[in-house]
Ligand binder design. Structure first.
Ligand code: ZN
Length: 380
């Protein structure tokens, strides 16, 4: 009897210790509001592992909600079809699931968006067919009220509400992208996310990369909607790419560094003069049918197909433009280059949606990070 009482007392004490440590422990895994996310891009690949190289097992679409069980290097683990799967976190918006009564009517009241393009029209409804009511400018921040399709309803500073195209904004609360490396994210950075794309993971130290900004000078390339000239966005985008590659440690050579004409022969010759590990020609597309849109990576030599695939899949997972895949095409600049070479077409400037997106700093920065990570994947 005595022994039984003793054991019961021990059990009680053990239980109390467990309960007490649960109450006071600061390290208990928190199942709080940041663990539920809403998909913010039009589609989001579901992968078997936290890597762009892992197999795609499904797709979420905009507005889908998911619960995160684990986070790692910008990837979020959730369940899909009864299995553990991973999605890139930068396509997710945190959803407040707080039980405070005031937040139940407006799920998104804690979220805000920042205008990412230079100046953007605010419309009376969720579409370009609604009338323009205001203009807002890059860096302006607004509370998010609701969303419909690709549009956000925002609270304007004068008290009115209006609609803005979501692809011209960055969502605050979107904290890391899959490129973020080892830094732990503090609670402070969750509420005040960095406005810049984080630096690339991995290293390109020891690799020589040639960046070939298409067209230039007397050759404007394609002329897009609003008289946008391909050579100009090619040039600004290429500068982002060059900076990202240098940050990853690569030795970078460019075939043009201003608005002047360079022949295709000369571009290939520049690349062939070096021990080039990869040659990437930067372009934007155009097509007579205004509805055609998206990104494509071309290769000429069959051997360069893996490089094209790595770069295209990295771009496709980083931007919301349609993924047109990688394709073989007999471009002279690729044919004449001895290094592994690809030509990226980073959107259609003949398409209304693409042309507004590709001119944003955010898009060009995303593409630069994506190309850098595609190269890292390739060399690994
Ligand atoms: Zn071009």
């Amino acid at each position: 009897m005595k022994r039984k009482t003793y054991i019961a007392t021990l059990l009680n004490m053990a239980l109390m210790i467990v309960v007490f440590s649960y109450l006071v422990s600061p390290t208990i895994t928190h199942a709080n509001d940041t663990d539920t996310y809403e998909v913010s891009s039009s589609t989001l690949n579901i992968r078997s592992a936290p890597s762009n190289e892992s197999s795609i097992v499904g797709q979420f679409v905009k507005g889908n909600q998911l619960t995160a069980f684990k986070e790692q290097y910008g990837w979020v683990q959730t369940y899909y079809g009864g299995k553990e799967v991973w999605v890139a976190k930068h396509h997710l918006m945190p959803v407040s699931t707080s039980s405070s009564p005031s937040s139940t009517s407006e799920m998104k009241e804690n979220l805000s968006v920042t205008v990412a393009a230079e100046s953007v029209m605010i419309r009376a409804g969720a579409g370009t067919n609604y009338k323009n009511t205001h203009s807002v400018y890059q860096g302006d921040e607004f509370d998010l009220i609701s969303s419909e399709g690709d549009w956000y309803q925002i609270q304007l500073h004068n008290g009115e509400t209006g609609w803005i195209a979501s692809w011209l904004t960055t969502e605050n609360g979107e904290v890391v992208s899959e490129e973020t490396s080892n830094e732990s994210i503090s609670p402070e950075s969750t509420s005040n996310p960095p406005q810049q794309q984080p630096a690339s993971s991995g290293s390109l130290a020891g690799y020589t990369i040639v960046i070939d900004p298409g067209h230039g000078g007397k050759d404007p390339g394609a002329i897009g909607l609003g008289d946008v000239q391909e050579k100009d966005i090619v040039y600004s985008t290429s500068n982002h790419v060059v900076n990202q590659l240098k940050e990853a440690g690569a030795n970078v050579i460019t075939t043009r560094s201003g608005d002047y004409f360079v022949s295709l022969d000369e571009r290939a010759r520049i690349s062939n003069d070096y021990q080039t590990d990869a040659f990437i020609s930067i372009h934007f597309d155009s097509f007579p049918l205004l509805s055609v849109s998206g990104t494509t990576t071309y290769y000429a030599h069959q051997d360069d197909q893996p490089l094209a695939a790595d770069i295209q899949s990295s771009i496709a997972s980083s931007v919301e433009l349609t993924n047109r895949g990688s394709m073989q095409a007999n471009y002279k600049v690729l044919r004449d280059t001895t290094a592994p070479s690809v030509l990226v077409e980073l959107g259609f400037i003949s398409n209304q949606h693409d042309v507004s997106v590709v001119q944003t700093n955010d898009y060009q920065q995303r593409v630069a990070t994506a190309i850098t990570n595609g190269l890292i994947d390739y060399f690994e």
